[in-house]
Design a protein around this ligand. Structure first.
Ligand SMILES: [Zn+2]
Length: 305
């Protein structure tokens, strides 16, 4: 099977052409652009995917935006998956009629997006909004190599690491049994949640630490950014629901600044796994109407090399 960046671009082109050929002429003629949701880091102005950690060693500086734009003869707009999800939730989901909100997705990792005045906050390099890498501690190594990040406690991959350690050192009978049953490498966040429900103390401690990290992070988000809503999606959040969001609401109510805490609502995302598709439309519409997104944006070089 073909792989690497060229194969991915080819597959995107094939899928888009197929869909375009299947819809009626009325819809086909109304297609005005392509919205692309991709893992970061990426440069949304030039449409280049820089080097996502999970797409393989060859996936470096891939100009997927210009490639697809040329091949389909339409303007194409690239955006980080979490930012696209935020646009989707703003147009069709839990952030409808909301111009100032944060989006978090809690699954293998913890992703984020910041929307201010109805627009994604990018920063000069397009990297802003990585809320999962907000420090909540001065200990605990994150998958990104940083220390004390929210993802180091709440992300599924991080929790699975703690679970394997607990199984190996014998502090969790439940996880030790799961490791024997399915193999240590296959133990995941779902097993820890099930262990907690079964009364396993080590599983409870791992889950509780994740919920605590999330609650503390939310206080920081509220105090720093005064969001109207914090919209939370992703597999772990969807499974935990109010068990995750409840303690965050309580912590914000107890310790965040009085004015922003009285406004903010911490709510579940509404669009589920299709949120990337839902966000493609508002992404294209917003970018087409904004001249800053045509032909890239020349940012001054970073002073730190
Ligand atoms: Zn990190």
């Amino acid at each position: 099977m073909a792989h690497g960046p060229a194969a991915i671009v080819d597959a995107c082109e094939a899928a888009l052409c197929e869909v375009r050929s299947q819809v009626g002429a009325e819809i086909r003629d109304a297609i005005v652009g392509i919205g692309i949701s991709s893992p970061g880091p990426l440069d949304p102005w030039s449409g280049v995917v820089v080097q996502p950690p999970n797409l393989g060693p060859d996936f470096v500086n891939v100009p997927i935006g210009s490639e697809l734009s040329c091949r389909l003869g339409l303007p194409a707009f690239l955006e980080r998956d979490t930012n696209v999800a935020a646009l989707g939730e703003m147009a069709f989901g839990a952030a409808r009629d909301c111009a100032d909100f944060l989006y978090l997705t809690v699954s293998t990792g913890v992703g984020g997006a910041i929307v201010i005045d109805g627009r994604i906050l990018h920063g000069p390099d397009g990297t802003a909004g990585e809320l999962g890498h907000m420090p909540v501690s001065m200990e605990g190594v994150c998958g990104c190599g940083g220390v004390g990040h929210l993802e180091a406690f709440l992300g599924g991959a991080a929790m699975a690491r703690y679970a394997r350690a607990a199984a190996a050192e014998g502090s969790s009978p439940f996880l030790a049994a799961r490791a024997v049953q399915k193999g240590s490498a296959a133990v995941e966040a779902r097993d820890i949640a099930e262990g907690e429900d079964a009364g396993d103390l080590a599983c409870h401690a791992i889950m509780e630490r994740g919920r605590r990290a999330f609650a503390v992070a939310c206080v920081g988000f509220v105090d720093a950014l005064n969001p109207t809503r914090i919209v939370v999606g992703g597999a772990i959040s969807d499974a935990q629901g109010d068990r995750l969001l409840g303690p965050a609401r309580a912590e914000v109510a107890a310790t965040a600044f009085k004015t922003p805490r009285s406004r903010v609502q911490i709510v579940r995302a509404e669009l589920g796994a299709d949120v990337g598709l839902a966000g493609g439309h508002p992404l294209v519409i917003a970018r087409l109407g904004d001249p800053a997104w045509r032909g890239g944006r020349a940012n001054p070089p970073s002073a730190n090399g």
